[in-house]
Structure formats: C-alpha cells, structure tokens
Design a protein around this ligand. Structure first.
Ligand code: FAD
Ligand code: SF4
Length: 578
C-alpha cells in the first residue's frame, strides 16, 4: 500500500498487536486448554484486571483473562475521531432508574482489553488519608478496612509504572511529588489557572495525569492532540493495554477476548471451580480454575455474582450479606461551560491537566460532609454539542450557532463525593441480553448531603469560571465514574469482600476492581483501583498455593514486590515529602 507521499505503508500485521506507532506485542500468546485447571482466572482485563494479570503471570502463575470486548490492535482498530471511538464503551443494554438516574452506556464503562483505562482521561490523583475513615471523622459513609499507609506503597509504585506526570510538590491530602514533570497547559488549563489565581485558590498545573511528558521505552511522549478519551493512538496515555498487558503476555498469560463470562461455578465443597463463558459465536465454554478473580467493574461485577446464584447462594454468589450490588457510587460530575471573547481551543492538549483539591475535605462551615475537586474537562465537539443541548436547551439553528462557537468555550468539571447509600444498587432486570443473561438494573438516588455538596460545588466552579474572564457561564448536571457495589470491609454482614478482595463467603473467589471501594472521595478512581489490584496481587503471591488448598484466611499484610513491576519501570527518585 502506498502512502500519499509515495512511501511504503507498513500495514498492521495479523500476527502481532500494534499498540501504537512504536509499541508491539510480537510474542505468540500462550494458550491453555479449558480442561486444564489454571491457577487464576480473571474476569475482565481492564484497569484492575490488567494489573492482576501482569503481576500473577510474572510471579509464575498460570493465568487466563476472560475479556468481553476485543483485544485492540490500536493501529488497525482505533481512530482519532470522536464518533469513531464509541466502540470503546460498554454499550450493551442496561436499565437505569431511581429518582436521579445515572446515564449508562456510552461514556460510562469500558469494553475491550484495557477496559476503562483505554478511554479514561487519565487524571491520576490519590485519595486523601481522610478518605479511609470518613465515618470516624465525619459520621457519614463507612471507614475502609485499610488505611492510607497500607495503600501508599502501591500509589508510589503505580505512579511509576503508568507513569504519572505532575508537579514536584502536590500539596493536598498526603503531600507528595511526581517523577515525571508536569505537562504544559492548553487553553482550558490556562482558564482554570487564571480563575483559581484570581480567587486565591491553589491549583495544580500539568497533572497529576498518567500521560507521558517524556518518552519512555517504546512509548512516545504526548503530542497534545487531545484524543485521550478516544484511546490515544500515540500510546502516550497510560492504559493497562499499553502498560501491563504486553508484559503479562510475554510472561505467559493468556487473554481470551470477546469472551463473556456468564456464570461462576461453585463446587460441592463450597469453592469455585471455574467460569462458564460465551465466545464471540455465542458458544458456551467452561474454563477450570483453582481460583477466580472478578474484575468486571461496578456494574458487571455484581451482575455476574447475582447471575451466579446457585443452591446455598440463592441471592447471588458471595451474597450472604445482601450487599452485592448495594452502595453503588458515582461522583457528581457537573460540567461548567464558560464562553470567552478570545479563542480557547480546548481540544488542544489532554483534557486532564489542571485541577484543584482545595475544597476536597469536610469544611465545618458547610452544611454537608466531604467535598469536591475542580478539574479541566475539554470535551470534543459532539460531547460539547450534547452539553449545549442540556445546559442551554440549544436546538436547531441555535445549537448550530453554539457549535460554530466551540473554539471560544472552556469547560471545568466538578468532581464531588457522593456518599455510599444502600438504596443505590445494581439488581437483575427481567430483560435479557444477546446471550440470554439477565441485564443489570441500576437504581440511583441523591440524598440530602449529596444535593447540598453538588449545589456548592457547582456554584463555586461557576464562580471560578467567571473569575477566569468568561462572559457567559452555564452548566450541565451529570455524574462521573462508577464505583462500589461489592464493597470491602472487615464485617461479613456488611461487606462482600475482605481487605484483600477475597469474598467472605467463598474462599477461592475474589473481587478486585472499582466495585470494592467502600467510599470514593473526590479523586478520580483509576489510580486507586490499580493500586488496590497490585496490593491484592502481592497478597496472592505471598500466599502461594494456600489460596488453592486452604479455607483459612491469613490477613497478614504482604510485602511490596517491586521487582514484579513491568520492566523499565523507572525506579529512582520519586520525591517523597514527609
Ligand atoms: C470518559 C471517562 C473518563 C474517565 N476518566 C478518568 C480519569 O481521568 N481518571 C480516573 O481515575 N478514572 C477515569 N475514569 C474512570 C475509570 O476509567 C474507571 O474507574 C476504571 O477504568 C475502572 O476500572 P475497573 O478495573 O474497575 O473496570 P474496567 O477498567 O472497566 O474493566 C472491566 C473490564 O471487564 C470486562 N468485563 C465486564 N464484565 C465482563 C464479563 N462478564 N466477562 C468478561 N469481561 C467482562 C469489561 O469489558 C472491561 O474491559 C473515566 C471513565 C470514563 C467513562
Ligand atoms: S493529547 Fe497526548 S495523551 Fe492525549 S491523545 Fe494526544 S498524544 Fe495521547
């Protein structure tokens, strides 16, 4: 094939995965037989599943990942185009309800190897130490079964593995710095910096964001073309597809794409024996495994457990507490749009690059607990058009005029902590999907604390937009990020899994993904999800065969296996500020 300038075009190869212009997986993938009892079977190769797969393979376990979506060949499958990237999302039917229903489907959950880390914007802040004990401090929500200090080594480790770019001094929560320098700001970042500065609000410039600010290994640095949420064909944005999956395959893991887990099988001894799954031709298979880890995210994970009900677990597998599906959380994600007389061109630069966490913690002057962050958003034109419809009721010629004005607008997002409530939950609907599996019904209701927090977050963000110089400011109410619905805890009566993700009811069944988070803070969840996955992997590795042979629970904290990180993970010089 000839390129327009007459050179030979190196078309994508079928026998290897191209993960960008420079990154390729060219080792043949190991294949396990279904009759073979693998050590770990992971359902979902997304943010958490990708990290687990890599760590367990590197530690020498036989590990298979079942992934409902495709194994992307990014050069062949991805486009730098907003409309052409919808296939990155989980768009299978779901039902949404409650008094404040969540928008589900597009722009919500990922599907395909890498999961949500493929389309995330890659903002990668940590939770604050206070997030782990909000019940103790504020009397709301619930405390985590682990402390900030227990996840800290994994934050530091994953920040190197992705890696995360950001300032040398990040002042909020537990102050720390980033090994990779911050990114330059685009028009939308400049607006947030200007608005915050005018109001005396400290602001973090150029990160923390899991986008390469300098080339590393076979991944090039960011070229500021703004298609991060469309996957990033360049490979500069971290996703487990480019950070962890290549190493997993080189170390002998198998990924079975387009394989939809349908039911987890429980043996007579009360231990799981494997997973039934459909292949792309809707043929049913069964993969045997010594242990199963479900990493399907906050809706599909509880759905799979509920769909795996069996004698002795009539309400769903591992659901003796009745908590499977409950305490689902989304973050308040109101988008505030401001029009500027001068050009902004918000598409130029990663959407995620400036934020403030100044309003993150509980403020006794507020009449609500917990807080919110303010971040750059920068939608591309289709998303912007939808926001104009919602925020200004623009339609017809009016909408067209707004869209022609796109280059003059900047958008900031509120990221607000909605508390965990038992009535926000995933259940099974009567309707079935193409495989004949009951689909998820998601019910969501805002409570008084959430409503007050959203009101304040929205007003403060609009104030910042005005302070930045916007002549018109409007907003769209929406939510961002889903977590919870299989929460971790010490008490089997009020949680689904223990502090390592092992279900309280079934000793060789684990859940590890965003669904285990008991609360969510006002930090984007991706870094925390990957850090939790790395910690669980260290636990499983330190337990060796005990997980497969014993029902005893050793709750000893595992050592950090830094040596099991993907090679070339830069291991020097993270500024650690006491
Ligand atoms: C537009 C957008 C922007 C975002 N930006 C950010 C951001 O800037 N920072 C941040 O921290 N977070 C961000 N997020 C959120 C982040 O992407 C998710 O929180 C995170 O990816 C969840 O990780 P997970 O491991 O729980 O699930 P996922 O990464 O979604 O992985 C789950 C995987 O399981 C697979 N799966 C599910 N069910 C089955 C089944 N039955 N059988 C087989 N496979 C199955 C899915 O296909 C998927 O690949 C964003 C999300 C969206 C939608
Ligand atoms: S802005 Fe940077 S991270 Fe985003 S798509 Fe472009 S190269 Fe990738």
């Amino acid at each position: 094939m000839k390129t327009p300038i007459g050179g030979e075009f190196d078309a994508p190869h079928d026998d290897r995965h191209d993960l960008g212009p420079m990154q390729h997986i060219d080792v043949p993938m190991k294949r396990f037989r279904e009759s073979e009892e693998v050590d770990y079977l992971i359902v979902g190769v997304g943010s958490a599943g990708g990290v687990l797969l890599q760590r367990l393979a590197r530690a020498g376990f036989n590990v298979v990942g079942l992934e409902a979506g495709p194994f992307w060949n990014t050069e062949r499958d991805w486009v730098s185009d907003e409309a052409g990237s919808q296939k990155l999302y989980w768009e299978d039917p779901r039902i949404t309800g409650g008094s404040d229903p969540l928008a589900l489907g597009a722009n919500n959950c990922g599907k395909g190897v890498g999961g949500g880390s493929v389309h995330w914007a890659a903002f990668a802040p940590r939770l604050h130490p206070s997030d782990f004990e909000i019940y103790t401090h504020d009397g709301v929500g619930v405390d985590w079964p682990i402390s900030y200090e227990q996840i800290l080594p994994y934050y530091e480790q994953l920040e190197l593995e992705m890696p995360v770019a950001g300032p040398a001094y990040y002042p909020w929560g537990h102050p720390h710095g980033y090994a990779y320098g911050p990114h330059p700001t685009g028009g939308v970042g400049n607006a947030l910096v200007k608005g915050c500065s005018a109001m005396g609000i400290p602001v973090s410039i150029g990160g923390p964001v899991a986008i390469l600010s300098g080339s590393r290994g076979d991944r090039p640095h960011c070229i500021y073309r703004g298609f991060c949420i469309q996957g990033c064909k360049v490979g500069a944005k971290a996703s487990t597809l480019v950070t962890h999956v290549p190493d997993a395959l080189r170390k002998g893991a198998e990924i079975r794409p387009e394989s939809m887990a349908a039911r987890i099988e429980l043996g007579k001894d009360g231990r799981v024996t494997g997973v039934h799954y459909f292949d792309k031709n809707r043929q049913l298979h069964f993969q045997r495994a010594k242990a199963v880890i479900v990493s399907g995210y906050a809706i599909e994970t509880p759905r799979l457990l509920l769909n795996s009900a069996c004698p002795g677990h009539e309400n769903g597998l591992a659901n003796s507490s009745g908590v499977v599906g409950r305490y689902l959380m989304a973050q308040a994600g109101n988008v505030v749009l401001g029009r500027f007389d001068q050009l902004v061109r918000m598409y130029k630069a990663p959407p995620a690059h400036v934020l403030t966490e100044e309003f993150y913690e509980t403020n006794p002057k507020n009449d609500f607990a917990r807080g919110f962050a303010i971040q750059t958003v920068a939608p591309l034109p289709i998303a912007f058009g939808k926001q104009m419809v919602a925020a200004k009721k623009a339609w017809g010629w009016g909408l067209r005029r707004e869209m022609m004005d796109y280059n003059h607008w900047a958008t900031f997002g509120v990221l607000g902590e909605i508390l965990p409530w038992a009535d926000n939950r995933v259940t099974l609907a009567d309707q079935k999907d193409v495989f004949g599996l009951p689909i998820a019904h998601v019910s969501f209701n805002l409570h008084d604390n959430d409503k007050e927090l959203i009101k304040t977050g929205k007003e403060k963000t609009m104030e910042v937009m005005r302070a930045a110089g916007a002549t018109e400011v409007v907003q769209e109410a929406r939510y961002a990020h889903l977590v919870g619905a299989c929460r971790m805890g010490d008490d089997p009566r009020t949680s689904v899994v223990d502090k390592f993700g092992r279900t309280h009811d079934v000793p060789n069944l684990f859940v590890m993904d965003g669904s285990v988070m008991p609360t969510q803070g006002s930090a984007n969840p991706g870094l925390t999800i990957q850090a939790l996955a790395a910690r669980t992997a260290d636990y499983l590795i330190s337990q060796r065969d005990a997980i497969f042979t014993s029902n005893q629970r050793d709750m000893t904290e595992p050592p950090l296996h830094r040596e099991l990180a993907p090679p070339d993970t830069w291991g020097h010089g993270v500024p650690r500020i006491a």
